[in-house]
Design a binder for this molecule. Structure first.
Ligand code: ZN
Length: 345
């Protein structure tokens, strides 16, 4: 009997992490009586005197932000990692711990408190990429820093405490688990094929043309075959690049456009400022080559069927593995059909 991926429960394999997701497309007809999130009316001023990220304002540390005019980064006043932590290992029977050194930074995407990435012009998003590159270079060059994680939490539902457009960079001594998983999968493929795992996957996506939401000559945005979050997207360069610092100017402009289009479609989906966590996975910075690595940016948005209904990772997902109802193909079709012009403009 043939398996119908549009109708029947099945598992899909994530080639980048080696993990599985359960897909239950037959459940999309199920009525929803669960939790509805409150919609936040997003009417924010250009400048907020109470915002610790706005230009000229005082932060918790007592430092005053300069009157920055495009992007601005600074050391997080409440860093999760600190530079002077000893890297000592403690082993007490089965209890194991290790000191972790690191540096955490905040990156303000714009001086304008009211903006978000989808509302910023493409050249301004290029400025954000430029500061990501600069921070990646500088932090990665520090001897004790072996991985640089760039990420953004957008929206209160993702635990973002300040609506000012900003992201974070946590850099640290050890290589984090998600990066290790993806590194191992890519290395295994590289050793067998001497080719990029993600590159070959993207070529297959281009041929299938079922899950692509946007592409140009340099970059592609796709709902991955193994997506966990309802409208999860991967943005990746078509060229096999290990790090964001490997981009040419044309590729950087294309990357900015891919971010702009993806986040604009997100906002247009439910006509709301669409929450998500996004992050860039790339080669570690411990001085090794990591030829197998193909850098990419992932978006994990929690909204499921409206601006007020989000997906929960509970029950089966906590105890077994992730699960989704709408298929990656359905999500991609929806995103693809949405305008590249923001609904507010
Ligand atoms: Zn602000």
């Amino acid at each position: 009997m043939k398996l119908d991926l549009n109708e029947q429960p099945h598992r899909r394999y994530n080639i980048l992490t080696g993990e599985w997701v359960l897909v239950s497309p037959h459940r999309t007809k199920r009525p929803w009586q669960g939790k509805q999130e409150k919609t936040v009316t997003d009417d924010r001023p250009f400048y907020d005197k109470a915002c610790y990220l706005c230009p000229g304002n005082k932060r918790a540390s007592g430092d005053i932000n300069p009157n920055y005019t495009s992007v601005y980064s600074f050391k997080n006043d409440f860093s999760a990692l600190l530079e002077d932590t000893p890297s000592t290992t403690i082993e007490d029977g089965l209890l194991v711990a290790k000191g972790e050194k690191g540096i955490c930074k905040v990156v303000c995407f714009s001086p304008n408190h009211s903006l978000t990435l989808p509302l910023m012009p493409v050249p301004s998003i290029e400025d954000v990429i430029t500061i990501w590159q600069k921070e990646f270079d500088e932090l990665g060059a520090i001897r004790d820093i072996n991985y640089v994680q760039i990420f953004e939490n957008k929206g209160a539902v993702m635990g973002c405490s300040n609506p000012h457009p900003h992201g974070q960079i946590w850099s640290q001594n050890s290589i984090p688990q998600e990066v290790i998983k993806k590194g191992e999968q890519q290395l295994r493929y590289w050793q067998t094929n001497t080719k990029s795992l993600l590159g070959d996957y993207l070529n297959q996506e281009i041929k299938a043309n079922e899950r692509i939401i946007w592409q140009d000559k340099y970059f592609i945005a796709v709902v991955p075959y193994w997506a966990i979050w309802p409208y999860e997207v991967i943005i990746a360069p078509k060229r096999h690049l290990q790090r964001i610092t490997d981009l040419t100017d044309k590729e950087k402009a294309s990357f900015a456009k891919a971010i702009k289009v993806t986040t604009t479609k997100y906002d247009n989906l439910f006509e709301t400022s669409f929450p998500y966590s996004s992050g860039i996975h790339q080669a570690p910075t411990n001085g090794l080559a990591y030829d197998e690595w193909h850098f990419h940016m992932s978006f994990y948005p929690p909204l499921l069927r409206s601006a007020t209904v989000k997906k929960f990772m509970v029950g089966y997902e906590m105890f077994a593995n992730p699960q989704r109802d709408i298929t990656a193909e359905q999500a991609a079709q929806t995103l693809r059909s949405l305008s590249e012009t923001h609904y507010l403009t």
